[in-house]
Design a protein around this ligand. Structure first.
Ligand code: GAL
Length: 369
């Protein structure tokens, strides 16, 4: 009996409602294994996609898992939506790092499009690529299309004409120009790393994808050594970048972006950069997805709010006028035992609030969605 199965035998079927941080059994009684994920709604069915985590490694040994539910509380395992490859040298070779998968549906093509963060096998976090895959059905199987860096040879729209001579000089001043000095930060803000990666394309690590009301989709990712977020418009079929993109909070070190729109305002919840360890969530707002984005304090309230309740944001699920904040409590020593925080988002004077609660009823949000 595995550790999780043993734990479940004592807690099975005791669950009522959503219990953030608790073991969350699927229809087989096995703790849901879909980390760093997101949820896609198709009619009256929800599909939850996430990273399959093994017991002893955070590398991808299986792929992206899929679960479905009609009430958001009871989830049925639907199998591996995107399988890692056993072919040596494949971009998604078993043992690569494949994180934060999100799926969006393209009405024009009728395809389900999955985006994720990909690190090539054996290279740690150096590759910093996006990956994209497509399927005809929400649960897959997904066919891997390609991986890469974002928008090579193109400047962001909010960094149109940088002084590349000065930026090249600054880059060449290594090691004199030390990281984290005010001067270095100034060059980061001016686009030193955007310029460094200009030819090969922008780095893409922690990520999400978002479909706006007008059907346009965007890829939002940590770039520039995780110092700066970027938001890049996707093509009409959602499988590539158009070349239009912006930088957000240069030098702000934001990861784990989760975005939503309420009454015409875009909100984004992010984390700082402390690896698997939790830190204080940040929040941003904008009236246009391309910014300018304004930073606000953490939306979290309650015990351990300054550590995002021990979690790290991954997604915000919209249910009509209601929103659910989703985060991961990572367990790097036992990755498959990582837990989920799902909490309702409320609004105080129009500003999102994520308040801790031990247990809550998500089905009430479904009634008026
Ligand atoms: C986190 C990131 C995770 C994972 C981890 C690795 O900051 O959000 O997705 O990449 O670092 O240490």
């Amino acid at each position: 009996m595995t550790f999780i199965a043993a734990l479940l035998s004592s807690t099975q079927f005791a669950m009522a409602g959503i219990r953030p941080g608790a073991v969350w059994p699927d229809n087989r009684g096995i703790h849901i294994n879909a980390h760093g994920g997101g949820v896609l709604r198709c009619g009256d069915t929800f599909y939850w996609f996430g990273e399959h985590k093994a017991d002893t490694t955070s590398s991808a040994m299986v792929g992206v898992t899929c679960y479905s539910s009609k009430d958001l509380e009871h989830w049925t395992y639907r199998g591996v939506a995107l399988k890692v490859s056993y072919a040596k040298g494949s971009d998604i070779e078993r043992g690569c790092i494949l994180e934060r998968p999100k799926v969006i549906y393209n009405k024009k093509t009728g395809k389900y499009v999955m985006w994720f963060h990909l690190e090539l096998k054996g290279q740690g976090y150096a590759a910093a690529r996006y990956g994209v895959a497509v399927a005809d059905k929400p649960e897959g199987p997904y066919t891997f299309l390609r991986s890469g860096r974002v928008n090579p040879g193109i400047w962001p729209v909010n960094l149109a004409n940088p002084d590349t001579t000065a930026l090249t000089e600054a880059m060449n001043r290594k090691p004199e120009l030390q990281w984290w000095t005010p001067e270095w930060m100034e060059y980061i803000k001016q686009g030193m790393l955007t310029w460094r990666d200009y030819d090969g394309g922008q780095m893409a690590r922690d990520q999400t994808v978002y479909v706006d009301d007008d059907g346009k989709a965007y890829h939002i990712y940590s770039s520039e050594e995780n110092l700066t977020l970027q938001i890049a418009e996707l093509t009409d079929d959602y499988t590539a970048h158009t070349g239009r993109y912006v930088r957000v909070a240069p030098g702000g070190q934001n990861e784990a972006p989760a975005i939503f729109k309420h009454n015409g305002t875009y909100w984004m919840i992010t984390s700082g950069c402390t690896g698997w360890a939790p830190n204080k969530a940040r929040m941003f707002k904008a009236s246009s997805i391309f910014g300018p984005w304004e930073q606000l304090p953490t939306p979290c309230v309650g015990p351990d709010a300054d550590k995002t309740f021990g979690g790290q944001s991954t997604y915000v699920l919209q249910l009509g006028d209601n929103f659910v904040f989703m985060a991961d409590i990572w367990r790097p020593e036992h990755p498959s035992d990582a837990r989920y925080i799902w909490l309702p988002i409320t609004f105080a004077d129009g500003v999102p609030v994520v308040k801790w609660t031990d247990e809550w009823d998500i089905t009430s949000l479904l009634k008026n969605r």
